[in-house]
Design a binder for this molecule. Structure first.
Ligand code: TTP
Ligand code: MG
Length: 405
């Protein structure tokens, strides 16, 4: 297949942006505290089996990275400054950045707190070509947050996400519809989604180093190497991906999960991670203008057993407090029966309904619900005046390890 392969399905060319903020938590910390600028910074927990949420680019050259045990990161870079996460600051910036996206297209699919796909195909008549939109978005992000984000522009999600990562930080990589194969062929196979660390040496020992090397394999060789995943990988190395951008308001569920590099047994630590995930998910839910009827948690233990537990809420909600109450209860119930360490922890909300449902709730309830109003006002104030402007009283754990908004 040639470069034409990217459009072989005869769909009109889409123009997709993937935007991802650079070293997000660390960049916010460096922005808000000039003493941290230009220095290696680790954002994360230090107690027990604390984990690095993210490392500044200055710390990454020492080998520090997200999800690494904090103790390991500090060994690699003893001079690094460790900063506890401030979720409220990050959610404020997230809101600002997503508000910028929404100005250019309604088709915004948030992937996490600092990352989204945008389909700007329909926006080009108004705002100009996709690369121009990407430049404007980068400039507006910088202007309103004093932070940088990296953008990939491409005919589909897979390519856009690959592209945004290639020139980080402050990158802009544009892959035109006729440049797909030229862009992909030289890329190293470690950039191929789903090729785990374990398979890399196996592929490399056969002289397969780049996407191009894999693209040139015949069907039989692909089947031998990738088994029932062969077709999936054959499509990826050709840059074929026809998934559309699904705005969060149309999503069926919103979730967040994390796989630990090393299994975690410390319950307090796990609770802190779950709370952080709940904050992320609740922020995304409110951003989407949806209400959730159901909360779930997902736990994978070292034996690779995965359990999902869910709970229906007494009423649909977008409130952090109510979602957290359910997630925490589900986690307590799981913990009461299980003593083992955790490999993956996640949570999410489902049975979502949109704004219409929300209106009904407001009319049916005792006027405007105070807690909902509080969350919404808090989000708005933080977005406008910065994270320091407001802080919910609670902190989790001792010594303010994790601040809760
Ligand atoms: P990422 O976008 O994956 O990372 P990043 O923005 O820090 O750096 P990059 O320039 O490579 O994009 O994640 C966004 C934020 O989410 C990150 O700053 C912290 C948080 N996060 C965690 O808390 N734990 C994790 O394991 C990861 C990957 C991210
Ligand atoms: Mg990022």
């Amino acid at each position: 297949m040639s470069a034409r392969g990217a459009q072989a399905n005869d769909l009109p060319t889409r123009h997709i942006l993937h935007v991802d903020m650079d070293a997000f938590y660390a960049a916010v910390e460096q922005r808000d505290n000039p003493e941290l600028r230009g220095k290696p910074v680790l954002v994360g927990g230090t107690e027990g089996r604390g984990v690095v949420s993210t490392a500044s680019y200055e710390a990454r050259v020492f080998g520090c990275h997200s999800a690494q045990p904090m103790a390991v990161a500090q060994r690699l870079c003893p001079q690094a400054i460790v900063v506890p996460p401030r979720m409220s600051a990050y959610s404020a910036v997230s809101r600002q950045v997503f508000a910028i996206f929404e100005r250019f297209t309604p088709l915004v699919e948030g992937l996490s707190i600092d990352e989204a796909f945008l389909d700007v195909t329909g926006s080009m008549r108004l705002f100009g070509p996709a690369d121009e939109i990407a430049r404007r978005i980068k400039a507006e992000i910088r202007e309103s947050t004093q932070l940088t984000g990296s953008v990939g522009v491409a005919p589909n999600k897979f390519l856009a996400k690959l592209a945004s990562d290639l020139q980080k930080p402050d990158g802009l990589v544009i892959v035109g519809p006729n440049e797909v194969q030229a862009f992909l062929d030289p890329l190293p196979i470690r950039r191929l989604w789903g090729v785990g660390k374990a398979s890399l040496p196996k592929l490399e020992s056969r002289g397969l180093r780049t996407f191009g090397d894999i693209r040139r394999l015949d069907e039989r060789a692909m089947a031998v190497l990738f088994g029932n995943q062969a077709e999936h990988f054959a499509r990826l190395v050709r840059g074929l991906d026809d998934r559309s951008v699904v705005p969060e308001r149309d999503a069926k569920s919103i979730s967040h999960e994390h796989t630990f590099a090393q299994d975690v047994a410390d319950r307090e630590h796990l609770r802190a991670i779950l709370l952080e995930q709940t904050e992320h998910v609740a922020i995304r839910l409110r951003r989407a203008g949806s209400l959730a009827r159901c909360v779930f948690i997902k736990v994978r233990t070292p034996d690779f057993k995965t359990v999902t537990r869910q709970q229906h809420l007494p009423r649909p909600t977008d409130q952090t407090r109510e979602i957290w109450a359910a997630a925490a209860a589900l986690f307590e119930a799981w913990t009461a029966q299980h003593g083992e360490a955790v490999r993956l922890l996640g949570m999410g909300v489902s049975e979502l309904r949109g704004l219409a449902g929300r209106q009904m709730e407001l009319f049916a309830g005792e006027g405007c619900d105070k807690a909902a109003a509080l969350d919404e006002t808090a989000d708005a104030i933080r977005a406008r005046f910065g994270a320091g402007a407001l802080r919910r009283g609670a902190t989790l754990g001792k010594r303010g390890r994790r601040e809760v908004k």
